[in-house]
Design a protein. Sequence first.
Length: 500
Amino acid sequence: MKKIFLFAVILIVFSHLTLLSQDDTEAKLLKYFHTISSEEMMTWVEKLCSPEFNGRLTGTPEFIASAEWAAGKLKEWGIKPAGDNGSYFQWFDLPYTVVNDIGSLSLNIKQSDGTVIKKSYNYPDEYYPGMNSGNGEITAEVVFVGYGVTAPELNYDDYRGIDVKGKIVLVNRDVPYTDPRNPEYKKWVGYCYHQYKLENAVKHGAKGFLYIDGASANPNISYDSSIIVCGIGPQPLADIFAGLDKSNKDLTGEMIKTLKPASFNTGKSVTIKANTTRHPEGKGCNVIAVIEGTDPILKNEVIIIGGHLDAVGKAGKVVNGALDNASGIVDIMAAAKAIAQSGIPLKRTVMFLLIGGEENGLLGSKLYVEKPVYPKDKTIVYINLDMVGNGTGLAINAGSPYKGLLTYFEQANSKYIHRPIRTSAPVPGEYYGRPRSDGVVFSMKGYRTMAIGTTDGYKKVFYHLPGDDPDAITIEIMEDVAKMIYVALISLANDPEIDY
């Protein structure tokens, strides 16, 4: 009888201690929840958008300086390095091009008396200098070459029967086959890439490259010193087609319908001028840091939360990348600081991955999935944050096979944040298109992935344009995103058995 009584007392004491432990954890959770502040977060946004970092174009010394600043903050908070050779950095080579000024674009209109009138276009609304353009000036006839694709195995060639040597090609993005969830798209996807299109133009002898709907910064394109590159908006495009009894919209619609090219000589002449300097010595990096788990077994499992640190740099004027993507980086940093300083033990390891080279073709995320710090089968999920600083609502996306991961974020919001929230799990199935976010890189490599965003934006979005500055973001929604991440990561890391 005494043994039974003693056992009961032990159970009561143990239960009481467990409750005290839970109360202590809840107290710590709330204390450091309230340390996440929009005021501090805004100072970090302003730092990332400062002249010191000059738009954070990967490859540049300014990007490396921004990575060192972020790593310094993580070190200050006691978050351990997990990069190369015990550092915070995972390095890769990346040559880059500096665009020294805005260049120019003009249409040359020949008059009946033989004189030429130039119609000049406005930066950045009507044209944007090519961020990997060669240096110089070209005046030549414009040749429309559809999607700029030469695919003999598909019996499709936009350059067939067209001489573009020494001329300027006018090129659409993507390809005429439009369903990236159809296995047939796999035959076309290699021709979607900006790099391919430029290289194919050079191969055919073009000396100028006009990219349709490209009136914004885009360092994700190949460099060749022999060709001058420029992105154009609706007005120059309309002027090139003026009087030709056809439009780009009509021609692309026909190409999509028939899968046949519609290339032709426009008879129009333009002048493109670019002032660029090439730097082959460039380097980029990911910043990788971890809070290690404490459970002897579960610490080998890792939750990765990441976003791209880089922006698109300077093309005549600086694009500071406040929304895209200082917002995501600062949210991650705020959550990381709060978790680290709370002292709440995590059973699983949490990794903070600040990615370089996203704007240059998802280079940092591609490097990580090829050289992961933790094995894929020990990675619970990769959570991506990109452009999460505009609006009033929350958006959480997870793949259909593991939509149970959504509940950690839904519960954090319903208990502590109280924002409108939209959750989604896409229709299952393969995606065969060109990956356009770091999250898709992880997903296509077989990782569970999630994405966090915002909804109901009410400020103008300057996507890849001058104006993406701190005053273009909504810092209040960023604070709540960081708080939701903080709570959800602790819950996810400490759940003994995750229900995917």
